[in-house]
Design a protein around this ligand. Structure first.
Ligand code: COA
Length: 308
């Protein structure tokens, strides 16, 4: 039996910081409205999905003390690929010098958890170390003149190195879910811009996140008191708070970076995870509950035991 552990992490965000006050220069909105309704204070805008992924991936390699040649495969979660064909992962693979397979996963904001489970499956099937990246340039598919959506999006990337270990490893439980009948709630057609039914996404998100996170805890044989850190998708602070309350996990045990990065889709969970790790909030033996939701709709949760 082969399991996984995470041995390295890195992030990348564009240099350009756009504050809520900056947004209010062009849009009929205000810092007070955005902070109250979303928890967002600023976001980074710019770059390319591959460029951010390369930077985050290299940082994760350096952190793990690995060279690219030691990585077997690259899994890139993104909703905003550089192009339609080819996928963005091969560009990142080539730039970093990784040798094996490289492919994109598009599960919208659940992409990082989908990628984690995919990487664990590849490792169970015999793969060596895998690089998993979530990278997004949502600003490229957003009408920045539409205040209903422009204020929530941000660009960035987060990467981890996932290593095989003998035995069960750290992925204690997981579930992946989707419901395509809800695709109209959050979508972007070819050449178009993001459309979101914010209110309905909000309602559904709280329900599915709670249901899937509770299932992941139950499957791991754990309760809310056993979770050291909740690492949720960063879409709206009020969604995170509502989920915490219903799950019985206090907000102090939750990784929140939405104030600095906005909603970065599949990059949001690794950005939050990275912030918690470098902030000294993650220790060997800790149980981390990762949970995401997004367009599709898709939603997914996983429980990781850290270290080992
Ligand atoms: N600035 C100021 N006012 C705004 C605004 C903005 N950026 N956007 C909308 N408004 C106005 C609306 O026009 C509306 O005005 P009205 O009452 O005069 O009609 C009022 O604020 C309330 O709008 P509403 O859409 O009901 O706000 P909301 O509380 O639902 O917040 C979102 C909007 C988008 C922040 C919220 O619905 C949300 O976060 N939804 C979930 C989105 C999400 O998670 N997406 C990612 C999924 S991965």
């Amino acid at each position: 039996m082969r399991g996984i552990r995470i041995s390295g992490w890195g992030i990348a965000v564009p240099d350009k910081v756009v504050t809520n006050d900056d947004m209010a220069l062009n849009l009929d909105t205000s810092d007070a409205w955005i902070v109250e309704r979303t928890g967002i204070r600023e976001r980074h805008i710019g770059g390319t999905t591959s460029g951010l992924a390369i930077e985050a991936g290299q940082a994760a390699l350096d952190c793990a003390g690995r060279t690219a040649a030691e990585i077997d495969h690259l899994v890139l979660a993104t909703t905003t690929p550089d192009g339609i064909v080819p996928g963005t992962a091969p560009s990142v693979q080539h730039a970093l010098g990784i040798k094996g397979g490289a492919f994109d996963i598009n599960a919208a904001c659940s992409g990082f958890v989908y990628g984690l489970v995919t990487a664990a499956g590849l490792i169970a099937a015999g793969s060596g170390p895998i690089m998993l990246i979530g990278s997004e340039t949502l600003s490229n598919i957003t009408d920045m003149n539409d205040r209903a959506i422009a204020i929530i999006v941000g660009d960035g990337a987060g990467a981890v190195i996932i290593e095989p270990v003998d035995g069960a490893g750290g992925l204690l439980s997981w579930n992946l879910n989707s419901d395509g009948s809800l695709r109209h709630l959050l979508k972007c057609e070819h050449g178009g811009t993001l459309f979101m039914d914010g209110k309905e996404v909000f309602r559904k998100a709280v329900r599915v996140v709670v249901e899937s996170a509770e299932r992941a805890m139950a499957d791991a044989g754990l309760g809310p008191d056993d979770i050291s850190l909740l690492v949720p998708h960063q879409a709206n602070l009020r969604i995170i708070q509502a989920a915490c309350q219903r799950l019985g996990i206090p907000e102090e045990r939750t990784a929140v970076v939405i104030d600095r990065y906005g909603n970065t889709s599949s990059a949001s969970i690794p950005l939050a995870l990275h912030d918690a790790i470098v902030g000294g909030r993650v220790h060997d033996g800790d149980h981390l509950l990762l949970t995401g939701f997004g367009g599709g709709m898709t939603w997914a949760s996983a429980v990781l035991r850290w270290g080992g």
